[in-house]
Design a protein around this ligand. Sequence first.
Ligand SMILES: [Zn+2]
Length: 382
Amino acid sequence: MAIRTFQYRLYPTQSQKKALQLQLDVSRYVYNMALEERKLAWELEGKSVGKREGYLLAKQYKKTFPQAKTVHSHVLQVAIEDLDKAYKSFFRRVKAGEDPGYPRFKSYKRWHSIGFKQYGNGFQVDGRRLKVSGVGRIKVRWHRPYQGEIKTCRIIRKAGRWYVSLMCEVADPVPLPKTGCVVGIDMGINALITTSEGEQIHNPRWYREAQSELRRKQRRLQRAQKDGNQRKKKLLDVQRQHEHVKNQRRDFFDKLVYDLVQTYDVIAIEDLKIKNMVKNRHLSKSILDAGWGYFKQRLIDKAADAGREVVLVDPAYTSKSCSNCGAIFEGLTLTHRWVECECGLSLDRDHNAALNILKRAGRVREPERSGLPQAWFRSPRL
Ligand SMILES: [Zn+2]
């Protein structure tokens, strides 16, 4: 069995919005209190306090404070579990020698969701609506059917709008039939993506437009007076535009990943470090800049579902060496769009890099293209 998430927009009434906001606030207080408790226990007594003490604290809080009466106990428990996760990843980062980043106290701005642990206990689908404990029956836009059996859910506030994420248990995905095709993919500067077959995808034009719209809205926000009503509105505008850009980006990569997974048995990509990518000024305007991590994860997940293989290869010298004989191109700079080698190779720079990536994955056999669509990518809005 696998878990799938389905997200839907909610349309709460004014009083439901208030009730939802109260749930967010109360769960946030509980999170912050539990964090305080853990911090103090450690600093003052050298004791480590865990989830169990957190649950007790939540229970106590619910008993003592009237505002917490209408908040379901699972909502508070999930907040405690979120804190526990934050601590776990903090310890993991410490262990890995990374910049640890201690779990932080959550302000209104940094707290966006509440969770329920069990379907039918605190939340359930009731006709066309979602029934939530302490809130009532909320209108939902079911833009597509969910699948499988609902297990847990999150209710999320994003840019002043409300959503529900249903986590559903679904049957294991069925692997796709083999196609016998393999591909190497270069993530580049000139073209966004170049495959070892020489096909290219460029940075979508709408992405740049959406980004300049974002900058325009940010300027308007800066010009708005502090504490004014206008400012709140402008802030929502900015948040919504961010959301819009993010959705567009995801949609773009989802389609790309879908096509790759449909077409190839093995997909080789460079194992780039995101931090290095952001440092690269030439890439920072591209959709990849913010989307690389998403693309990589999505590709790995979808490939696993479909029984495909993703190979991450060492990115060193993929553009700088000849894919035919392995010679190193000395003095190759970003302005060189074409590479030529003494062995006779003469190729687009990114195409050469993609071939190197494929080679490094240990799958050099030339793919047979019979029966395949000529252009494997459908990117309608390029
Ligand atoms: Zn060569």
